[in-house]
Ligand binder design. Structure first.
Ligand code: NAP
Length: 353
């Protein structure tokens, strides 16, 4: 028997889609991703990007406070035992995701901790006659009448061992997620990149930092004119041209303490004391498993062809969250489109039964 809806992913978009489709009696089956070393290295472990952040201060409904009693009662004891203690702040990324996952389970969502490695989304001659095929990392093929793709995107990193070592201890791929943390307050920070994201991150970080060094590998920013102007006129932003990162410096106690930069035009190496190292070098949507089954945008994101709908190029397949959104990229917008995808899938199934 084909499933009514299969959801691929385990970030806010996937769990919102699961909660809504479970409450619509669609008995969703979620593939949350496999726990493998390959996924750890790629930054695609279950629960996604939000699980890589610490406090989430901008998710509506979770102001700072002592959530301990709530977490203890909302989540099973065995799950709480494996989570770090709550520290009387707003919810952390992992806490929020465990709550979302639990909420989906409470309404009857079934979860498989495997990756989807390939798909067969060939459109049936008559809608509903032939289900979609999903090939999982457990070697099995699963069938569904509708599919919600919510596999997210991953921030690009430079790939340096020193960068990997200090992830979450001063190295971040998301200024909006992490910029306001106490460790970065009134301290010099570095942002790598020369596009709109990097300039936006640098500008955002000037609210907290004493100084933001924007490090770009060329002598011209790729960012739009208005963003360039913003960077150049912000007294707290110092642009370092023609520089690449040699090494992120730090220690176990403090995390990031500095960065060593190389020159691309033969100048001396430069060592800067910094408390934070932010990447603004773009994102990669997790779409490789689709192998051309859905139309993608020029930047490789799943294409939403109809405004304000989560439809994809294949009727019956919907997309939600960062895998289709390279613009807002927030937990709350991902959850919003997850809800939309569940409603779109429900209507599709009702029309094609
Ligand atoms: P992007 O435009 O692709 O820029 C990536 C930047 O990172 C480039 O400057 C690139 O350098 C640099 N870079 C890439 N790999 C690097 C590496 N290994 N080492 C050092 N530098 C590296 O990506 P984005 O800034 O994330 O923007 C993506 C899209 O979203 C764009 O269309 C942008 O306009 C849009 N966006 C808009 C806004 C806004 O309007 N507010 C905000 C964010 C994003 P090179 O320039 O040398 O290639």
């Amino acid at each position: 028997m084909a499933e009514k809806v299969i959801i691929i992913g385990s970030g806010p978009a996937a769990w919102a889609a699961a909660i809504y489709s479970a409450r619509a009696n669609l008995r969703p089956l979620v593939f949350e991703g496999a726990v493998t070393e390959a996924n750890r290295v790629a930054g695609t472990l279950p629960l996604g990007q939000l699980a890589l952040t610490t406090e989430v201060e901008n998710y509506p409904g979770f102001p700072a406070g002592d959530l301990k009693a709530y977490l203890d009662t909302a989540l099973p004891e065995e799950k709480r035992a494996e989570m770090p203690p709550h520290g009387k702040h707003g919810a952390t990324g992992p806490e929020l995701l465990e709550l979302m996952r639990q909420q989906a389970l409470n309404f009857g969502t079934r979860i498989i901790t495997e990756d989807i490695k390939g798909v067969d989304f060939r459109v049936p001659c008559t809608h509903g006659r032939r289900p979609f095929g999903l090939f999982a990392s457990d070697g099995k093929t699963y069938e569904a009448q509708s599919v919600i793709v919510a596999t997210g995107a991953r921030a690009n990193y430079l790939g340096l061992p020193s960068e990997e070592k200090f992830k979450n201890r001063g190295v971040s791929g998301c200024a909006v997620c992490d910029g306001a943390l106490p460790r970065f307050r009134n301290k010099p920070l570095v942002v790598i990149g020369g596009g709109d994201s990097a300039v936006e991150e640098a500008t955002y970080l000037t609210k907290f930092a004493s100084k933001v060094h924007l490090v770009h590998r060329r002598d011209k920013l790729r960012a739009s004119k208005i963003m360039v102007e913003r960077a150049e006129t912000n007294a707290k932003i110092d642009i370092l041209w023609n520089r690449t990162v040699e090494e992120v410096l730090g220690n176990d106690r403090e995390g990031v303490t500095g960065v060593r930069l190389k020159s691309t035009v033969g100048a001396e190496d430069l060592e800067l004391p910094i408390a934070g190292f932010f990447l603004g070098i773009g994102h990669t949507p997790n779409t490789a498993f689709l192998q051309g089954a859905l139309e993608l945008t020029g930047k490789g994101y799943v294409c939403w062809p109809v405004p304000m709908r989560t439809f994809t190029s294949v009727p019956g397949v919907f997309a939600a969250g960062d895998v289709a959104d390279d613009y807002y990229r927030q937990a709350v917008t991902a959850a919003g489109t997850g809800c939309m995808a569940a409603l779109d899938a429900e209507r599709y199934l009702a029309e094609h039964e």
